[in-house]
Design a binder for this molecule. Structure first.
Ligand SMILES: NC(=O)c1ccc[n+]([C@@H]2O[C@H](COP(=O)([O-])OP(=O)(O)OC[C@H]3O[C@@H](n4cnc5c(N)ncnc54)[C@H](OP(=O)(O)O)[C@@H]3O)[C@@H](O)[C@H]2O)c1
Length: 301
């Protein structure tokens, strides 16, 4: 671990992202001085993972000694926790003009779908507010402590908050993209469309492979290798040139058999398949023959 320098940092609500980010920042020399959770036991466990920081609750006046606050609570808790923190800091620092009480302090959240305005109670007291969002999936703190290095991040909000965010991302050897504050739902959709959706589709595909005889572990590896190659092609060549499969070739009979099989084995997936097929046809610039969306009562397979 490097010697700690720079402003004193408090992690507010250390779940998966909070713990992973704090551990990486502390490892890079950032002074993670406080680990704050609503329950002390939670903060203690997080502190053990992070490796430093004083364990406090969200109502501890000692938090007023921090200069940078990273709110990593669940999205739904951001607004109330920002309000609670603003009240606590106003009580603890309560001398001087209210609109300047938090001048020089920075507040960042890590939510992808909400912009910095959710931290309004802190901005009203003069704090610089912003968001720092990892464009990455963090299924556990342990995974995050690996995959939040050298990854993409986005930021928006007040200039000094974004500046701090950029500095941290450089420490984590990542790349940062400044995004529009007024389009965060659209931004978040770009992540949602390809991450949890892919997991859900891969889980169903695993079931189909199991049904044809592949053991679960092998099925996951098969899908992993296949999707990995698809992703590499997409990054190198873009969407249209990476398309393969019956819809891009015009093998319409295969599509008809897929749809029949889905109706028989997984009818709930049929509308999903049809929507995705429309998207593929659009990208491939293909027009299917009339009647492709009809299902016959003939049993196939
Ligand atoms: N996981 C990802 O892949 C990912 C990726 C990018 C960005 N993010 C964003 O990062 C943030 C954290 O996500 P996460 O996945 O790390 O969530 P998480 O593991 O579920 O952790 C959420 C934390 O919020 C705390 N919390 C929830 N409600 C609270 C409340 N009312 N008051 C105080 N604390 C509260 C929880 O504390 P308790 O233990 O006390 O319940 C927990 O420590 C979210 O904004 C999320 O959108 C997540």
């Amino acid at each position: 671990m490097r010697p700690r320098v720079g402003p004193s940092v408090a992690i507010i609500g250390p779940g998966r992202v909070g713990q992973a980010l704090a551990k990486l920042l502390a490892g890079a020399g950032v002074r993670v001085d406080f680990v704050a959770a609503r329950r002390v036991g939670r903060a203690r466990r997080a502190q053990k993972f992070i490796g430093c920081g004083r364990v406090v609750t969200l109502t501890d006046p000692a938090l007023a000694r921090a200069s940078v606050f990273v709110l990593t609570v669940a999205d739904r808790a951001l607004q109330p926790v920002a309000k609670q923190l603003a009240d606590l800091l106003a009580r603890s620092l309560g001398v001087g003009r209210r609109s300047k009480l938090l001048a020089g302090r920075v507040f960042l959240h890590t939510c992808g779908s909400l912009d910095a305005r959710v931290l309004k109670p802190l901005a009203r007291l003069g704090g610089a507010v912003g968001s720092l969002h990892p464009f990455q999936t963090v299924p556990s703190a342990e995974q995050g402590a690996k995959n939040l290095l050298r990854t993409f991040w986005t930021t928006e909000g007040d200039p000094s908050a974004c500046r701090l965010a950029r500095g941290w991302v450089r420490l984590l050897k990542g790349k940062i993209v400044r995004i529009r504050s007024d389009r965060k739902t659209l931004y978040h959709l770009s992540a949602f469309l390809v991450c949890p959706t892919l997991v859900a589709l891969m889980e169903r595909a695993t079931g189909f492979l199991e049904a044809v005889g592949a053991p679960t572990r092998v099925a996951r590896q098969m899908l992993g290798a296949f999707v990995g190659e698809t992703v590499k092609n997409f990054v190198a060549f873009g969407g249209r040139r990476s398309l393969t499969g019956p819809a891009s070739r015009g093998d319409w009979d295969v599509i008809r058999r897929h749809r029949q099989e889905l109706r028989r084995r997984a009818p709930d997936l049929l509308p999903v398949y049809d929507s995705l097929l429309r998207e593929i046809l659009h990208l491939a610039g293909k027009q299917p023959p009339p009647g492709i969306w009809k299902l016959s009562n003939k049993v196939v397979g």
